[in-house]
Design a protein around this ligand. Structure first.
Ligand code: PLP
Length: 462
Protein backbone atom coordinates (compact mmCIF):
# COMPACT_ATOMS: atom_id res chain seq x y z
CA UNK A 1 0.00 0.00 0.00
CA UNK A 2 2.81 2.29 0.97
CA UNK A 3 4.53 1.70 -2.34
CA UNK A 4 1.48 2.14 -4.53
CA UNK A 5 1.28 5.65 -3.22
CA UNK A 6 3.62 7.39 -5.63
CA UNK A 7 5.09 10.70 -4.55
CA UNK A 8 3.10 11.17 -1.42
CA UNK A 9 4.26 14.37 0.17
CA UNK A 10 4.94 14.17 3.83
CA UNK A 11 5.66 17.44 5.52
CA UNK A 12 7.83 16.85 8.47
CA UNK A 13 8.75 19.85 10.49
CA UNK A 14 9.67 18.67 14.00
CA UNK A 15 8.90 22.09 15.35
CA UNK A 16 10.64 23.74 12.42
CA UNK A 17 13.99 22.33 13.50
CA UNK A 18 14.64 20.03 10.58
CA UNK A 19 14.13 20.10 6.85
CA UNK A 20 10.98 18.97 5.14
CA UNK A 21 11.37 15.49 3.68
CA UNK A 22 9.18 14.04 0.95
CA UNK A 23 8.33 10.38 0.71
CA UNK A 24 9.12 8.75 -2.64
CA UNK A 25 8.60 5.35 -4.13
CA UNK A 26 11.15 4.97 -6.92
CA UNK A 27 14.20 6.58 -8.47
CA UNK A 28 12.10 8.15 -11.23
CA UNK A 29 10.30 10.19 -8.65
CA UNK A 30 13.44 12.20 -7.99
CA UNK A 31 12.97 13.62 -11.47
CA UNK A 32 9.35 14.41 -10.64
CA UNK A 33 10.59 16.46 -7.70
CA UNK A 34 12.99 18.38 -9.95
CA UNK A 35 10.24 19.02 -12.48
CA UNK A 36 7.83 20.20 -9.84
CA UNK A 37 10.38 22.65 -8.50
CA UNK A 38 11.40 24.10 -11.87
CA UNK A 39 7.76 24.48 -12.83
CA UNK A 40 7.56 26.97 -9.95
CA UNK A 41 10.41 29.09 -11.33
CA UNK A 42 9.94 31.54 -14.13
CA UNK A 43 13.55 32.27 -15.08
CA UNK A 44 12.48 35.40 -16.97
CA UNK A 45 10.91 37.07 -13.95
CA UNK A 46 12.25 35.35 -10.83
CA UNK A 47 14.36 37.03 -8.17
CA UNK A 48 18.17 36.64 -8.29
CA UNK A 49 19.09 33.32 -6.71
CA UNK A 50 15.75 31.62 -7.32
CA UNK A 51 17.03 30.07 -10.52
CA UNK A 52 20.25 28.87 -8.86
CA UNK A 53 21.41 25.28 -9.24
CA UNK A 54 19.82 23.00 -6.63
CA UNK A 55 19.91 19.43 -5.38
CA UNK A 56 17.45 16.67 -4.70
CA UNK A 57 18.84 14.36 -2.00
CA UNK A 58 17.31 10.90 -1.65
CA UNK A 59 17.98 9.87 1.95
CA UNK A 60 16.53 6.44 1.16
CA UNK A 61 19.68 5.83 -0.87
CA UNK A 62 21.86 6.48 2.19
CA UNK A 63 19.65 4.11 4.19
CA UNK A 64 19.95 1.36 1.57
CA UNK A 65 23.70 1.74 1.45
CA UNK A 66 23.79 1.29 5.21
CA UNK A 67 21.75 -1.93 5.07
CA UNK A 68 23.98 -3.14 2.24
CA UNK A 69 27.03 -2.41 4.38
CA UNK A 70 25.53 -4.36 7.29
CA UNK A 71 24.79 -7.31 5.04
CA UNK A 72 28.26 -7.48 3.53
CA UNK A 73 30.60 -6.14 6.20
CA UNK A 74 28.81 -6.94 9.44
CA UNK A 75 32.08 -7.06 11.37
CA UNK A 76 33.18 -3.56 10.34
CA UNK A 77 31.50 -0.59 11.99
CA UNK A 78 31.24 2.37 9.59
CA UNK A 79 32.39 5.79 10.82
CA UNK A 80 31.02 8.06 8.05
CA UNK A 81 33.68 10.46 6.69
CA UNK A 82 31.96 13.80 7.30
CA UNK A 83 34.28 15.67 4.90
CA UNK A 84 32.74 13.87 1.95
CA UNK A 85 29.39 15.60 2.39
CA UNK A 86 28.63 17.22 5.74
CA UNK A 87 24.91 17.53 4.97
CA UNK A 88 22.85 17.91 8.17
CA UNK A 89 20.13 15.46 7.17
CA UNK A 90 22.62 12.81 6.04
CA UNK A 91 24.44 13.10 9.37
CA UNK A 92 21.15 13.00 11.28
CA UNK A 93 20.04 9.83 9.48
CA UNK A 94 23.40 8.13 9.98
CA UNK A 95 23.38 9.10 13.65
CA UNK A 96 19.98 7.41 13.94
CA UNK A 97 21.26 4.35 12.11
CA UNK A 98 24.02 4.05 14.68
CA UNK A 99 27.13 4.73 12.59
CA UNK A 100 30.20 6.47 13.97
CA UNK A 101 31.75 9.56 12.38
CA UNK A 102 35.21 10.33 11.02
CA UNK A 103 35.91 14.02 11.60
CA UNK A 104 38.86 16.00 10.25
CA UNK A 105 38.53 19.31 12.10
CA UNK A 106 36.98 21.07 15.09
CA UNK A 107 34.06 22.29 12.98
CA UNK A 108 33.20 18.73 11.90
CA UNK A 109 33.40 17.47 15.47
CA UNK A 110 31.12 20.31 16.60
CA UNK A 111 28.60 19.52 13.88
CA UNK A 112 28.39 15.86 14.88
CA UNK A 113 28.28 16.52 18.62
CA UNK A 114 25.39 18.94 18.06
CA UNK A 115 23.34 15.94 16.91
CA UNK A 116 23.73 14.43 20.36
CA UNK A 117 26.21 11.79 19.21
CA UNK A 118 28.38 10.31 21.97
CA UNK A 119 32.05 11.45 21.56
CA UNK A 120 33.04 7.76 21.64
CA UNK A 121 31.34 7.45 18.22
CA UNK A 122 33.79 9.95 16.71
CA UNK A 123 37.32 9.39 15.47
CA UNK A 124 39.42 12.47 14.78
CA UNK A 125 41.06 10.89 11.72
CA UNK A 126 43.57 13.54 10.75
CA UNK A 127 47.19 12.57 11.47
CA UNK A 128 48.46 16.19 11.39
CA UNK A 129 46.20 18.23 13.66
CA UNK A 130 46.01 21.89 14.66
CA UNK A 131 47.07 22.30 18.30
CA UNK A 132 43.95 24.17 19.37
CA UNK A 133 41.79 21.44 17.78
CA UNK A 134 43.55 18.81 19.91
CA UNK A 135 42.76 20.90 22.99
CA UNK A 136 39.15 21.10 21.83
CA UNK A 137 38.98 17.31 21.30
CA UNK A 138 40.31 16.84 24.85
CA UNK A 139 37.68 19.25 26.22
CA UNK A 140 34.74 17.50 24.55
CA UNK A 141 36.06 13.97 25.11
CA UNK A 142 36.75 12.86 21.54
CA UNK A 143 39.49 10.44 22.50
CA UNK A 144 40.15 8.43 19.36
CA UNK A 145 42.60 10.15 17.02
CA UNK A 146 45.14 9.15 14.40
CA UNK A 147 48.85 10.04 14.17
CA UNK A 148 51.66 9.13 11.79
CA UNK A 149 54.71 11.14 12.94
CA UNK A 150 56.79 11.94 16.01
CA UNK A 151 55.87 15.63 16.24
CA UNK A 152 52.22 14.75 16.42
CA UNK A 153 52.96 12.51 19.41
CA UNK A 154 54.71 15.41 21.17
CA UNK A 155 51.70 17.68 20.56
CA UNK A 156 49.29 15.04 21.82
CA UNK A 157 51.49 14.45 24.89
CA UNK A 158 51.20 18.17 25.65
CA UNK A 159 47.48 18.66 25.02
CA UNK A 160 45.71 15.31 25.34
CA UNK A 161 47.88 12.64 27.00
CA UNK A 162 44.83 10.40 27.61
CA UNK A 163 43.91 10.20 23.94
CA UNK A 164 43.39 6.77 22.34
CA UNK A 165 45.91 6.82 19.54
CA UNK A 166 45.59 5.08 16.21
CA UNK A 167 48.75 4.77 14.12
CA UNK A 168 48.03 5.45 10.44
CA UNK A 169 50.22 3.45 8.10
CA UNK A 170 51.14 3.95 4.47
CA UNK A 171 49.32 1.97 1.78
CA UNK A 172 49.77 1.30 -1.89
CA UNK A 173 47.09 3.68 -3.22
CA UNK A 174 48.20 3.61 -6.85
CA UNK A 175 44.85 2.15 -7.98
CA UNK A 176 42.71 4.92 -6.49
CA UNK A 177 41.12 8.11 -7.85
CA UNK A 178 42.46 10.38 -5.10
CA UNK A 179 45.78 9.27 -3.69
CA UNK A 180 46.47 10.09 -0.07
CA UNK A 181 49.64 8.17 0.79
CA UNK A 182 52.04 10.84 -0.54
CA UNK A 183 50.75 13.00 2.31
CA UNK A 184 49.80 10.69 5.17
CA UNK A 185 50.79 7.37 6.68
CA UNK A 186 53.94 6.03 8.38
CA UNK A 187 55.96 3.49 6.40
CA UNK A 188 56.61 0.12 8.00
CA UNK A 189 60.28 1.02 8.56
CA UNK A 190 59.18 3.93 10.78
CA UNK A 191 56.32 2.36 12.72
CA UNK A 192 58.40 0.55 15.36
CA UNK A 193 60.25 3.79 16.15
CA UNK A 194 56.96 5.66 16.53
CA UNK A 195 55.47 2.99 18.77
CA UNK A 196 58.57 3.01 20.99
CA UNK A 197 58.42 6.80 21.23
CA UNK A 198 54.72 6.67 22.16
CA UNK A 199 55.56 4.13 24.88
CA UNK A 200 58.38 6.31 26.23
CA UNK A 201 56.04 9.30 26.32
CA UNK A 202 53.52 7.28 28.31
CA UNK A 203 50.88 7.60 25.57
CA UNK A 204 48.11 5.13 24.87
CA UNK A 205 48.25 3.55 21.39
CA UNK A 206 45.08 1.50 20.85
CA UNK A 207 44.96 0.73 17.15
CA UNK A 208 46.18 0.95 13.57
CA UNK A 209 44.52 2.68 10.62
CA UNK A 210 45.06 2.98 6.89
CA UNK A 211 43.36 4.44 3.84
CA UNK A 212 43.81 2.76 0.45
CA UNK A 213 42.96 6.00 -1.40
CA UNK A 214 39.58 7.48 -2.21
CA UNK A 215 37.78 5.75 -5.06
CA UNK A 216 39.88 2.58 -4.86
CA UNK A 217 39.73 0.15 -7.78
CA UNK A 218 41.90 -2.78 -6.67
CA UNK A 219 40.65 -4.97 -3.81
CA UNK A 220 44.22 -6.28 -3.39
CA UNK A 221 45.13 -2.90 -1.89
CA UNK A 222 42.89 -3.76 1.09
CA UNK A 223 44.35 -7.25 1.42
CA UNK A 224 47.91 -5.90 1.48
CA UNK A 225 47.04 -3.09 3.90
CA UNK A 226 45.41 -5.56 6.32
CA UNK A 227 48.56 -7.72 6.18
CA UNK A 228 50.72 -4.66 6.91
CA UNK A 229 48.45 -3.66 9.78
CA UNK A 230 49.02 -7.13 11.26
CA UNK A 231 52.79 -6.51 11.17
CA UNK A 232 52.27 -3.23 13.04
CA UNK A 233 50.00 -4.91 15.62
CA UNK A 234 52.87 -7.31 16.33
CA UNK A 235 55.38 -4.45 16.51
CA UNK A 236 53.08 -2.76 19.02
CA UNK A 237 53.03 -5.89 21.17
CA UNK A 238 56.83 -5.84 21.27
CA UNK A 239 56.67 -2.14 22.28
CA UNK A 240 54.42 -3.08 25.22
CA UNK A 241 50.99 -2.16 23.80
CA UNK A 242 47.96 -4.40 23.49
CA UNK A 243 46.15 -3.07 20.41
CA UNK A 244 42.42 -3.72 20.16
CA UNK A 245 41.26 -1.77 17.12
CA UNK A 246 41.82 -1.73 13.37
CA UNK A 247 40.52 1.13 11.19
CA UNK A 248 40.38 0.16 7.50
CA UNK A 249 39.64 3.73 6.29
CA UNK A 250 37.55 4.68 3.26
CA UNK A 251 37.92 4.08 -0.47
CA UNK A 252 34.75 1.97 -0.99
CA UNK A 253 32.77 2.67 -4.17
CA UNK A 254 29.21 1.74 -4.98
CA UNK A 255 29.79 -0.46 -8.05
CA UNK A 256 32.50 -2.70 -6.60
CA UNK A 257 31.42 -2.71 -2.96
CA UNK A 258 30.60 -6.42 -2.66
CA UNK A 259 33.92 -7.43 -4.26
CA UNK A 260 35.86 -5.17 -1.89
CA UNK A 261 33.83 -6.28 1.11
CA UNK A 262 34.53 -9.91 0.39
CA UNK A 263 38.31 -9.31 -0.11
CA UNK A 264 38.39 -7.32 3.12
CA UNK A 265 36.40 -9.90 5.08
CA UNK A 266 38.77 -12.66 3.92
CA UNK A 267 41.85 -10.67 4.93
CA UNK A 268 40.35 -9.77 8.32
CA UNK A 269 39.45 -13.40 9.03
CA UNK A 270 42.99 -14.44 8.18
CA UNK A 271 44.87 -11.81 10.17
CA UNK A 272 42.64 -10.49 12.96
CA UNK A 273 40.82 -12.60 15.55
CA UNK A 274 37.16 -11.70 16.21
CA UNK A 275 37.84 -9.81 19.45
CA UNK A 276 39.68 -7.07 17.52
CA UNK A 277 37.23 -4.22 16.91
CA UNK A 278 37.20 -3.18 13.24
CA UNK A 279 35.94 0.17 12.01
CA UNK A 280 36.01 1.92 8.60
CA UNK A 281 35.69 5.51 7.37
CA UNK A 282 33.48 5.31 4.25
CA UNK A 283 32.46 8.61 2.67
CA UNK A 284 31.69 8.38 -1.04
CA UNK A 285 30.04 4.96 -0.68
CA UNK A 286 27.20 6.38 1.41
CA UNK A 287 26.36 9.57 -0.45
CA UNK A 288 27.62 9.62 -4.05
CA UNK A 289 24.36 8.37 -5.56
CA UNK A 290 22.05 10.05 -3.07
CA UNK A 291 22.40 13.57 -4.49
CA UNK A 292 21.27 14.69 -7.97
CA UNK A 293 21.79 18.28 -9.09
CA UNK A 294 20.07 20.58 -11.58
CA UNK A 295 21.64 23.68 -13.14
CA UNK A 296 20.18 26.33 -15.39
CA UNK A 297 21.43 27.36 -18.85
CA UNK A 298 22.33 31.06 -18.44
CA UNK A 299 23.94 31.69 -21.82
CA UNK A 300 24.57 30.00 -25.15
CA UNK A 301 27.00 30.52 -28.00
CA UNK A 302 26.45 29.11 -31.49
CA UNK A 303 29.62 27.51 -32.85
CA UNK A 304 28.45 26.30 -36.25
CA UNK A 305 31.36 24.78 -38.17
CA UNK A 306 32.19 27.07 -41.13
CA UNK A 307 33.33 24.17 -43.32
CA UNK A 308 30.95 21.33 -42.56
CA UNK A 309 28.05 23.51 -41.47
CA UNK A 310 27.60 21.22 -38.46
CA UNK A 311 25.82 22.89 -35.63
CA UNK A 312 27.16 22.84 -32.08
CA UNK A 313 26.73 25.06 -29.04
CA UNK A 314 28.68 26.25 -26.05
CA UNK A 315 26.32 26.24 -23.06
CA UNK A 316 27.03 28.29 -19.93
CA UNK A 317 25.47 27.03 -16.69
CA UNK A 318 24.99 28.80 -13.37
CA UNK A 319 27.32 26.32 -11.66
CA UNK A 320 30.83 25.18 -12.51
CA UNK A 321 34.14 23.82 -11.25
CA UNK A 322 34.48 26.61 -8.68
CA UNK A 323 31.07 25.59 -7.34
CA UNK A 324 29.41 22.20 -7.02
CA UNK A 325 31.37 20.78 -9.94
CA UNK A 326 34.50 21.10 -7.81
CA UNK A 327 34.49 17.29 -7.98
CA UNK A 328 35.82 17.60 -11.54
CA UNK A 329 39.01 19.24 -10.26
CA UNK A 330 39.48 17.70 -6.81
CA UNK A 331 37.83 14.32 -7.25
CA UNK A 332 38.63 13.57 -10.92
CA UNK A 333 34.97 13.01 -11.77
CA UNK A 334 33.23 13.43 -15.13
CA UNK A 335 29.64 14.43 -14.37
CA UNK A 336 27.34 13.57 -17.21
CA UNK A 337 24.71 16.12 -18.32
CA UNK A 338 21.13 15.03 -18.96
CA UNK A 339 18.21 17.14 -20.06
CA UNK A 340 15.72 18.04 -17.35
CA UNK A 341 13.74 20.65 -19.21
CA UNK A 342 14.20 21.68 -22.85
CA UNK A 343 11.56 23.58 -24.81
CA UNK A 344 12.74 22.26 -28.18
CA UNK A 345 10.04 19.83 -29.46
CA UNK A 346 12.42 18.14 -31.97
CA UNK A 347 14.81 15.85 -30.12
CA UNK A 348 17.59 15.96 -32.70
CA UNK A 349 20.98 14.90 -31.28
CA UNK A 350 23.05 18.07 -30.86
CA UNK A 351 26.68 18.59 -29.82
CA UNK A 352 27.62 20.78 -26.88
CA UNK A 353 30.48 21.87 -24.71
CA UNK A 354 29.28 22.89 -21.23
CA UNK A 355 30.88 25.66 -19.18
CA UNK A 356 30.59 27.15 -15.71
CA UNK A 357 29.66 30.77 -14.95
CA UNK A 358 33.04 32.21 -13.85
CA UNK A 359 35.50 34.18 -15.97
CA UNK A 360 38.09 31.39 -15.83
CA UNK A 361 38.80 29.26 -18.92
CA UNK A 362 39.33 26.11 -16.83
CA UNK A 363 35.72 26.37 -15.69
CA UNK A 364 34.52 23.66 -18.08
CA UNK A 365 32.13 20.88 -17.09
CA UNK A 366 32.15 18.84 -20.29
CA UNK A 367 34.26 19.52 -23.37
CA UNK A 368 31.99 17.55 -25.63
CA UNK A 369 28.69 15.78 -25.27
CA UNK A 370 25.62 15.07 -27.37
CA UNK A 371 22.14 15.73 -26.05
CA UNK A 372 18.75 15.13 -27.67
CA UNK A 373 17.48 18.62 -28.58
CA UNK A 374 18.58 22.23 -28.98
CA UNK A 375 18.84 23.74 -25.52
CA UNK A 376 18.22 27.41 -24.98
CA UNK A 377 18.80 29.99 -22.26
CA UNK A 378 16.50 29.18 -19.33
CA UNK A 379 16.43 25.39 -19.95
CA UNK A 380 17.65 22.99 -17.25
CA UNK A 381 20.15 20.15 -17.14
CA UNK A 382 20.59 17.59 -14.37
CA UNK A 383 23.53 15.51 -13.18
CA UNK A 384 23.40 12.20 -11.26
CA UNK A 385 25.87 11.03 -8.63
CA UNK A 386 26.69 14.46 -7.26
CA UNK A 387 26.78 13.55 -3.56
CA UNK A 388 30.50 13.11 -2.88
CA UNK A 389 33.08 15.89 -2.66
CA UNK A 390 30.86 18.45 -4.44
CA UNK A 391 29.11 21.03 -2.21
CA UNK A 392 31.73 20.74 0.52
CA UNK A 393 34.51 22.02 -1.73
CA UNK A 394 32.47 24.67 -3.61
CA UNK A 395 33.92 28.21 -3.43
CA UNK A 396 32.42 31.70 -3.81
CA UNK A 397 34.82 32.64 -6.63
CA UNK A 398 33.48 35.48 -8.82
CA UNK A 399 30.79 36.18 -6.24
CA UNK A 400 28.65 33.15 -7.00
CA UNK A 401 26.88 31.44 -4.12
CA UNK A 402 28.10 28.19 -2.62
CA UNK A 403 24.96 27.65 -0.58
CA UNK A 404 22.57 25.72 -2.77
CA UNK A 405 19.08 24.60 -1.92
CA UNK A 406 18.59 20.90 -1.20
CA UNK A 407 15.18 19.27 -1.52
CA UNK A 408 15.15 16.17 0.68
CA UNK A 409 13.20 13.07 -0.30
CA UNK A 410 13.20 9.47 0.85
CA UNK A 411 12.56 6.46 -1.36
CA UNK A 412 12.67 4.28 1.77
CA UNK A 413 9.88 4.62 4.36
CA UNK A 414 12.29 3.24 6.97
CA UNK A 415 14.60 6.23 6.58
CA UNK A 416 11.70 8.63 6.81
CA UNK A 417 10.38 6.96 9.95
CA UNK A 418 13.77 7.20 11.59
CA UNK A 419 14.11 10.86 10.72
CA UNK A 420 10.63 11.54 12.01
CA UNK A 421 11.74 9.94 15.26
CA UNK A 422 8.90 7.45 15.17
CA UNK A 423 11.05 4.78 16.76
CA UNK A 424 13.16 6.90 19.09
CA UNK A 425 16.29 5.26 20.36
CA UNK A 426 14.97 1.78 19.74
CA UNK A 427 15.46 2.37 16.07
CA UNK A 428 19.17 1.77 16.06
CA UNK A 429 18.96 -1.66 17.67
CA UNK A 430 15.92 -2.65 15.65
CA UNK A 431 17.64 -1.54 12.51
CA UNK A 432 20.56 -3.80 13.25
CA UNK A 433 18.25 -6.69 14.06
CA UNK A 434 16.45 -6.02 10.80
CA UNK A 435 19.60 -6.01 8.75
CA UNK A 436 20.77 -9.24 10.36
CA UNK A 437 17.45 -10.85 9.57
CA UNK A 438 17.68 -9.55 6.03
CA UNK A 439 21.10 -11.06 5.58
CA UNK A 440 19.54 -14.34 6.75
CA UNK A 441 16.98 -14.36 3.98
CA UNK A 442 19.41 -13.01 1.42
CA UNK A 443 20.66 -16.42 0.45
CA UNK A 444 17.15 -17.77 0.18
CA UNK A 445 16.40 -15.04 -2.31
CA UNK A 446 19.51 -16.04 -4.22
CA UNK A 447 21.06 -12.61 -3.97
CA UNK A 448 18.17 -11.00 -5.85
CA UNK A 449 17.12 -8.57 -3.16
CA UNK A 450 15.85 -5.42 -4.75
CA UNK A 451 16.30 -2.18 -2.91
CA UNK A 452 12.65 -1.65 -2.11
CA UNK A 453 12.35 -5.17 -0.81
CA UNK A 454 15.19 -4.48 1.60
CA UNK A 455 13.29 -1.39 2.73
CA UNK A 456 10.03 -3.30 3.14
CA UNK A 457 11.71 -6.06 5.11
CA UNK A 458 13.38 -3.67 7.45
CA UNK A 459 10.15 -1.74 7.89
CA UNK A 460 8.30 -4.93 8.68
CA UNK A 461 10.92 -5.90 11.20
CA UNK A 462 10.97 -2.48 12.79
N1 PLP B 1 39.14 8.88 5.88
C1 PLP B 1 40.12 9.76 5.56
C2 PLP B 1 41.21 9.96 6.55
C3 PLP B 1 40.10 10.45 4.34
O1 PLP B 1 41.09 11.30 4.05
C4 PLP B 1 39.03 10.22 3.44
C5 PLP B 1 38.97 10.91 2.16
O2 PLP B 1 39.79 11.70 1.79
C6 PLP B 1 38.01 9.34 3.83
C7 PLP B 1 38.10 8.66 5.04
C8 PLP B 1 36.82 9.04 2.95
O3 PLP B 1 37.20 8.36 1.82
P1 PLP B 1 36.11 7.81 0.78
O4 PLP B 1 35.19 8.91 0.46
O5 PLP B 1 36.90 7.34 -0.38
O6 PLP B 1 35.41 6.65 1.43
Amino acid sequence: EHYSNTLKLVTENNGGKYNKIESLTSKESVLDVFKKRIAEINVDSCQPGEEDAFYVADLGEVYRQHLRWKMNLARVKPFYAVKCNPDDEVLRLLAKLGTGFDCASQAEIEQVLKLGVDPARIIYAQPCKTKSYIRYAAKVGVKQMTFDNADELLKIKQFFPDAELVLRILTDDSASLCRLSAKFGASLDKTQELLDLAKNLGLNVTGVSFHVGSGASDPASFTKAVQDARVVFDQATSAGFNLQMLDVGGGFVDGSFETFASALTGALEEHFPPHIRVIAEPGRYYVANAFTMAANVIARRDVQDGLTGERAYMLYLNDGVYGNFSNIIFDHQHPSAQILDCRDPYQIPTDYSIWGPTCDGIDVITERCTLPGVLNVGDWLFFDEMGAYTRCSATRFNGFTNKHKVIYVSSEPGALALLKNEFGDLAVDSQLAASQAISGVKELLNGCICCNLVGQLSDALL
